[in-house]
Design a protein around this ligand. Structure first.
Ligand SMILES: *Cc1c(COP(=O)(O)O)cnc(C)c1O
Length: 377
């Protein structure tokens, strides 16, 4: 196979081919290059003064990956008792854990309290009541709604409040005995628009000032996740995004501020490659269909929300335009359309690049197809 060098780094490509050549493991499985994960962690936050990184566990909670990250000097962002259990099993201390899910379950709040987790996001009055009751004296930060324009996986509708409401919520938290320490936002996942962070930071400053007028001094600016990775085309690099963020922070917060960053996709996404098999081909009307053993339900869920992956096959046949579908009987299980690929044979391997984030963590055993194993290489 020829290296698609514009889509994958050379070292990951070589490791993947080497692994496939030396191991007779039946696909599908997900290979994750640990060197990419380590390098990403080293890079993220480097360009933002006073920042701390909290890996968003939901992107990929594989225990080997978490173990790797636990050995590094970073924290973790979680939303459930299940994610907490994973971190506990690796002896990650509670001071390294925060939760930015604005609506938490009772069970999670209780387990977080028992373990000693102290930082929680919220964006409603009822959540303040819940946190005050289950985890009194918590440090809380309010989720501000910001533009998600230009992000491929927008999150803005489900959570976040406007500035006035946010200020009221900070006051309400204080009145209920919690410690309002800051604010958070999420510009949308796979955000290719560096300007979003600038606008969000500008908006954060407004809330900061309003809170101060009401006697609340904030100190934590949690800028969430959203850093993009390369799927089918180049994206803004982490370095230039952070340059932009850091400029905005210096301009808007000259007094200095504690910055939290919660990357998920950018840490593990392009470290991963699915190794899958071509299991069927069919002509339906004018369309050529290709069926593979990883689909929407057992790994490629994000494809129905608009994420387009890159595929590689070893074939030298003429290129055709394919509709690619997964193995289940459900008509939702269509991963992509109009994908140009040389025609593979049945039984050939097909690689799916940049598939380390939001794949296995979304996967189910729907229709009896097992969830692909993750192998860290
Ligand atoms: C999912 C999530 C993240 C990670 O987002 P990415 O786009 O994967 O970097 C960070 N913070 C919160 C609160 C999230 O829900």
């Amino acid at each position: 196979m020829q290296i698609p060098s514009h889509l994958i780094d050379k070292q990951t490509w070589e490791k993947v081919l080497y692994f496939i050549a030396l191991n007779d493991i039946p696909p599908p499985y997900l290979l994750v290059n640990k060197d990419v994960v380590i390098n990403k962690i080293k890079q993220i936050g480097k360009g933002v003064e006073g920042s701390k990184v909290y890996y968003a566990v939901k992107a990929n909670p594989d225990i080997e990956i978490l173990k790797l990250l636990a050995e590094m000097d970073i924290g973790f962002e979680i939303a459930s008792e299940g994610e907490l259990e994973l971190l506990k099993s690796l002896s990650v201390g509670p001071e390294r854990i925060i939760s930015s899910n604005p609506i938490k379950t009772f069970k999670f709040l209780i387990s977080a309290r028992d373990y000693g987790v102290r930082y929680f996001a919220y964006d409603s009055y009822s959540e303040v009541d819940k946190i005050a009751r289950y985890v009194p004296n918590s440090l809380v930060y309010v989720r501000l709604s910001v533009s998600n324009e230009g992000s491929e996986w927008p999150l803005s509708k489900k959570f976040g409040v406007e500035i006035d409401e946010a200020a009221n919520l900070l006051e309400y938290a204080r009145d209920k005995g919690l410690l309002p320490v800051g604010l958070t936002f999420h510009v949308g996942s796979q955000c290719n628009n560096a300007y979003n962070w600038h606008m969000a930071i500008e908006k954060s400053r407004e809330l900061w000032d309003l809170a101060r007028q009401r006697g609340i001094d904030l100190k934590v600016l949690n800028i969430g996740g959203g850093y993009p990775i390369r799927y089918t085309k180049d994206v803004v690099g982490i370095e230039s995004i952070e340059k932009r963020i850091s400029q905005s922070i210096r301009q808007k917060f000259p007094e200095g501020v504690e910055v939290f960053i919660e990357p998920g996709r950018a840490v593990v996404g392009d470290a991963g490659v699915f190794v899958s098999t071509v299991i069927g081909k069919a002509k339906r009307g004018n369309e050529d269909w290709l069926y593979i053993d990883v689909g929407v339900f057992n790994g490629l869920m994000e494809s129905i929300g608009g994420i387009k992956y890159s595929y590689v096959v070893g074939s030298r046949n003429p290129v055709k335009r394919w509709t690619i579908a997964g193995p289940s009987c459900d008509s939702f299980d269509v991963i992509d359309k109009e994908v140009e690929l040389p025609e593979p044979d049945i039984g050939n391997r097909i690689l799916i690049l940049s598939s380390g984030a939001y794949t296995i963590s979304y996967a189910s055993e729907f229709n009896g197809f097992s969830i692909p194993k993750t192998i860290v290489i």
